[in-house]
Design a protein around this ligand. Structure first.
Ligand SMILES: Cc1cc2nc3c(=O)[nH]c(=O)nc-3n(C[C@H](O)[C@H](O)[C@H](O)COP(=O)(O)OP(=O)(O)OC[C@H]3O[C@@H](n4cnc5c(N)ncnc54)[C@H](O)[C@@H]3O)c2cc1C
Length: 811
């Protein structure tokens, strides 16, 4: 072992091995992996090795596709077999809701080039004679599924990395990681110390413990997981004989079961509903490659369903039961990326499907380390998606919930209850008393809609119980005035002599004058969208910046990395130190005017004006004339202890003008009518600002801002795709996001979000299509959006459906 390496990867499970390999593939040779026992000694060695490309997030699905395609490559380079069996797969649905979910997944897969097929039950039974087709109502075939040998795969990754110069040290434990004054890392091991430029925490079951060494409490928890292996089954042997193939990989969602062939029998695993955490606080260092005690009783209900769905199992003997732990983040996706405030400290952990995702995680992380950018849209697995509010107890509640629901349908209007309420606004109880149905906005309770007594959300892929009530909220805004809570936005204070110049460099638009607002995208060096903000200038050296609440940590990490070293700029995330209310609608000005002696007339406070401090009722507030509803509106910001007083004043004054509360579902419906996009849907790091329709907010007249060169090239070149809007001839289900867009029988794009526009009364969807599909006569041809398996006619909608001239915002 040398005393210095450019990178030390901690952990020799499949994830660490993949990171090591990908770093060498990117050309970094001076890299070492350190493993406390033999490779695979965490959760990797006893994994079932199953893999598939299906994931709720298409960007993660894409990385899963990459992982699977990688296996031949590492086998060839290393000479080590990964034991690859591409058996193909079947996904089975026993309930209508699950079948609708499969249809959704199928539609999503189309634009990613996945070749899934919805097949008849007769066909399914032909492919999988083990099933009793009378137990199911639908099936999807996926040609890209199978399994690998976990050990072989890990050794193939490290073998390929070694051939490129990487070093691997087993039976060496990292005891501590300490950042030095020069920014390098002292990595202390029981076999000697190393100085490294970068440290990567791939500690798997011990990633939490490794994180704690640097003051991090990573939101991950290990769960016990069981699968059984049967004795030889004559039916399996018969399938092999008759088809010349192995039995297919199977996911039976309603049985909460996955299975594949293992020798001449079957391996059957299950996610029980009442899952059991393993080592919730500290993972013991003396835990080696050992199994946990069997707990057959915990999975007996699932097995009963399995035996009914797949009758040959009733006669099969159980040869072995495997119970082992592996880690999850609260939402089940990996935690990957750099850590704010810890230069060159990286994590790749919480990877619950190492054999579907390990390759993609290694690729994204190595791109990030070498090029400064993951190269893909990794928002769904970025470690920055969780804030400090994700405590150990919260993580436990969410992971247990997620594990128990692993194979259950999550409806688009379904909010999950565990770990809530965690963060609340001062008006929380007020909103509840008014009937608010709350949503979980990254740990913060926010009103989704307001329900009359006795009415609640019925979970569905179709329009549901909230439909008429959300409509009434929208009408109140469009015809009178509505009030809503906007505390869930992220708010940043940027101050200092260098604030203006710095913001002008990190954001793509020009900065506003004092007392004005400006919309400004943020781009990375590749000219892709990594943020979308409203900037308010309060004074020469003081700005307030508003953005997506879910992305606060993600954006703070970027701000931090780009702050000047001379201390001329300070950026502070205000979090819940600043909370807000929005009033919107044609009577909004009347309400505000009744509560302030400041001039808020159309001339006194114009559209996009900002007042850093005016009295509203009894309180001092910051007020911006802007509204995401696309109507006349104001965003009013106060300290948390003043939110109740602000609400009382606005509500009381609002009664004369027909004020109603409105939630985020109404807000999104209203914004949709204006064609406005949102962060993490329309605006993500895979899109450029011009293709996203934000080109008018990019000031190429500025000589210097991050991403300028790439943005100029995007404007001047031919973009491959373009964001467009559609009015959809939907039935009682609207597009929600990720549906395929068809033109003349070919898939030419995908939907990023959609829903019903309650004021203009139509179904609308927006998304990205190949530029070629709209290059000539865009209106010609037959456009369709695939919703729940049916292709619905659609027409392109160029202008906002509501108030295309923007007169409501301006007047
Ligand atoms: C029963 C079971 C079945 C599964 N089936 C599947 C499946 O079918 N498909 C699938 O994709 N996934 C499956 N998984 C999940 C899969 O095992 C994990 O996704 C994967 O193993 C995660 O790999 P990892 O490298 O992140 O973590 P780990 O495998 O836990 O590796 C971490 C490594 O880091 C080492 N380490 C930690 N701290 C230190 C230190 N301080 N110094 C040195 N070394 C250290 C550990 O010894 C360990 O080897 C299954 C898991 C279980 C338990």
């Amino acid at each position: 072992m040398k005393s210095t390496y450019r990178v030390v990867v901690i952990g020799g499970g499949v994830v660490g091995a993949s990171v090591l390999y990908h770093l060498t593939k990117k050309g970094w040779r001076d890299v070492a992996l350190i493993e406390r026992l033999e490779l695979t000694s965490g959760s990797t060695w006893h994994a079932a090795g199953g893999m598939h490309t299906v994931n709720g997030d298409p960007n993660v699905a894409k990385l899963q596709q990459y992982s699977i395609n990688l296996y031949k490559e590492i086998e060839e380079i290393s000479g080590q077999s990964v034991g690859l069996h591409m058996t193909e797969g079947l996904m089975l649905a026993a309930t209508p809701a699950r079948y609708e979910w499969l249809k959704n997944i199928h539609s999503k897969g189309r634009y990613m080039g996945m070749q899934t097929e919805l097949i008849s039950l007769d066909e399914a039974e032909r492919l999988l004679p083990l099933m009793d087709k009378s137990q199911f109502i639908g099936a999807m075939y996926d040609p890209i599924q199978g399994h690998v040998d976990p050990n072989g795969t890990t050794y193939a990754f490290t073998g390929a990395a070694r051939k490129a110069g990487a070093e691997v040290f087993t039976h060496t434990r990292v005891l501590d990681t300490r950042q030095r004054a020069d920014g390098y890392w002292d990595v202390l091991t029981d076999k000697g110390n190393i100085v490294a430029e970068h440290v990567v925490n791939c500690g798997g079951l011990w990633a939490r413990e490794m994180g704690r060494l640097v003051g991090l409490e990573l939101p991950i928890l290990a769960m016990e997981h069981q699968y059984l292996i049967t004795e030889d089954m004559p039916e399996v042997v018969a399938i092999n004989r008759d088809t010349g193939k192995m039995v297919m990989h199977v996911v039976d969602f309603d049985g909460e079961i996955y299975m594949r062939q293992e020798r001449n029998g079957m391996l059957l695993g299950t996610y029980e509903r009442n899952g059991v955490p393993w080592s919730p606080k500290d993972t013991p260092w003396d835990f080696g490659p050992t199994l946990l005690p069997d707990a057959l009783d915990r999975i007996s209900d699932n097995l009963e369903v399995g035996f009914r769905h797949f009758p040959p199992f009733q006669k099969a003997g159980i040869k072995q039961l495997v119970n082992g732990p592996f880690t999850f983040a609260p939402d089940g996706n990996p935690l990957v990326g750099p850590i704010k405030g810890l230069r060159n400290y990286w994590v790749a952990c919480g990877v619950m499907a190492g054999f579907s995702q390990g390759g993609g995680v290694g690729l994204a992380l190595s791109n990030w380390m070498v090029d400064g950018d993951p190269g893909f849209d990794v928002w769904a697995m970025d470690v920055a998606r969780y804030g400090d509010w994700a405590t150990r107890a919260y993580t436990r509640a969410k992971v247990v919930e997620n594990y128990g629901r692993r194979f259950r349908v999550r409806f688009p209007n379904e909010e999950l209850p565990a770990g809530r309420p965690l963060r609340t606004v001062p008006l929380h109880h007020q909103w509840l008393s008014m009937g608010a149905v709350m949503g979980d906005n990254w740990g913060l309770e926010s009103p989704l809609w307001f329900a009359p007594p006795g009415v609640k959300d019925e979970f569905s892929f179709h329009r549901s119980t909230d439909f008429v009530h959300v409509k009434a909220e929208c009408q109140a805004v469009r015809n009178a005035v509505g009030i809503s809570d906007i505390s869930s936005f992220a708010k940043y204070q940027v101050s200092g002599a260098g604030a203006h110049a710095w913001l002008s460099r990190v954001l793509a638009n020009k900065m506003p004058k004092t007392g004005r607002l400006m919309l400004a995208p943020m781009l990375n060096e590749r000219g892709k969208l990594i943020g979308d903000f409203t900037v308010a200038k309060a004074a020469d050296d003081l700005f307030y910046v508003f953005g997506s609440g879910a992305a606060e940590k993600y954006h703070m990490r970027w701000f931090d990395q780009h702050l000047p070293a001379d201390g001329s700029v300070a950026v502070k995330a205000l979090g819940m130190d600043l909370v807000g209310l929005s009033i919107a609608g044609p009577r909004a000005r009347d309400v505000l005017a009744a509560l302030t002696d400041s001039d808020v007339s159309n001339q006194g406070m114009r559209f996009m004006d900002f007042r850093a401090s005016i009295e509203v009722g009894w309180v001092q507030a910051m007020v911006g004339r802007i509204s995401f509803t696309g109507d006349l509106g104001y965003e009013i910001w106060v300290r948390p202890e003043q939110q109740v007083a602000l609400f009382n004043a606005l509500w009381e004054a609002g009664q004369a003008y027909g004020m109603r509360p409105f939630g985020s579902r109404a807000l999104l419906s209203l914004a949709r009518e204006k064609g406005f996009g949102t962060w993490a849907r329309e605006y993500r790091p895979i899109y450029g600002p011009f293709e996203a329709g934000l080109g008018r907010f990019v000031d190429l007249g500025k000589t210097d801002f991050i991403g300028r060169t790439a943005a100029a090239a995007e404007r001047d070149g031919a973009t491959k795709r373009q964001r467009v809007g559609f009015v959809v001839e939907a039935d009682d289900a609207d597009a929600i996001g990720d549906e395929a867009v068809w033109k003349d029988g070919a898939v030419v794009g995908w939907i990023t979000s959609g829903g019903y526009c309650h004021h203009v009364e139509c179904s609308y969807a927006t998304g990205y299509v190949d530029s070629a599909s709209i290059a000539t006569d865009a209106d010609a041809g037959n456009w369709e959006i695939e919703i729940l398996g049916e292709r619905r006619r659609a027409r392109l909608q160029y202008e906002p459906l509501f108030d295309p001239k923007g007169s409501r915002m301006l007047s």
